[in-house]
Write a protein that binds this ligand. Structure first.
Ligand code: PEP
Length: 249
């Protein structure tokens, strides 16, 4: 059985002091739950702070929002997968729509990052999603599956089976527009089918999260939709009380 996953993407918010204050407030209210997993993706500077505060909480883990695909080198301003691991990260977001569309990252780069994550022992969470124009043109499935298959290209089947995926329609991220549970389910089942074709029955254990304007009002309905195994939450994860309400959904 897959445990529902609640992942918080703090984007470029909550530096180390704010991250510490958030975690203290959140941990004071959120008691350990065996039936769900909580992941935090703070910015790189706050990864150590968050991972240290979660040291005694195996029900929660810390990830990094982005890595470079090289392990080290002359890449000013970048963070590598081994450095993220050393800072306490266990997971990494790869191909988030803001990386793809604001920083023009390509499918090939996402694939290199997935491979770099595995070299360092990080679990990649590969994000896929279509632009509004692509959705309006009826291209959602083609775009999402292209991003997916490019991201796992030449990755061993056993590694793919250990990944997580997030469907994040770009038109729903930070806009207040959420996909309906039915929209999410349709794409999630296409992703699940593509993964099954790629790696067979082991694909059944792979969590597929939904992201895009999830909040405390819609999280329960989205999580109840077929093939939705968790949520990736940006804006609504920034406030400790609000996040507590979502993870208790
Ligand atoms: C995200 O950043 O992955 C995200 C889904 O953001 P929001 O919840 O703010 O739409």
């Amino acid at each position: 059985m897959k445990l529902p996953i609640f992942a918080a993407n703090w984007k470029m918010h909550h530096g180390p002091s704010d991250a510490r204050a958030f975690m203290k407030s959140f941990l004071a209210h959120y008691r350990r739950q065996q039936d769900r997993k909580v992941l935090f993706f703070p910015n790189a500077l706050s990864v150590t702070t968050v991972s240290e505060l979660l040291r005694d909480r195996p029900d929660m883990e810390t990830g990094i929002q982005n890595i470079h695909w090289e392990d080290k080198g002359a890449f000013t301003g970048e963070n590598s997968a081994p450095m993220a691991r050393d800072s306490g990260a266990t997971h990494v977001l790869v191909g988030h729509s803001e990386r793809r569309h604001v920083f023009h990252e390509t499918d090939v780069e996402s694939n290199l990052k997935v491979k770099a994550a595995f070299r360092a022992g990080l679990t990649p969470v590969l994000c896929v999603g279509e632009l509004l124009a692509e959705r309006d043109a009826g291209d959602t499935e083609r775009v999402v599956l292209r991003q997916l298959l490019a991201g796992i290209s030449e990755v061993e089947e056993g590694q793919v089976a250990s990944m997580m995926f997030a469907y994040e329609p770009v038109w729903a991220i930070g806009t207040g527009r959420t996909a309906t549970p039915q929209d999410a389910s349709t794409v999630h089942s296409a992703i699940a089918a593509a993964l099954k074709t790629a790696i067979g029955e082991r694909a059944a254990g792979i969590p597929i999260l939904y992201g895009g304007s999830v909040n405390r009002g819609n999280a329960t309905t989205l999580l109840a939709a077929p093939d939705v195994d968790g949520v990736l939450v940006g804006g609504a994860s920034l406030d400790a009380d609000g996040w507590n309400a979502i993870v208790c959904a």
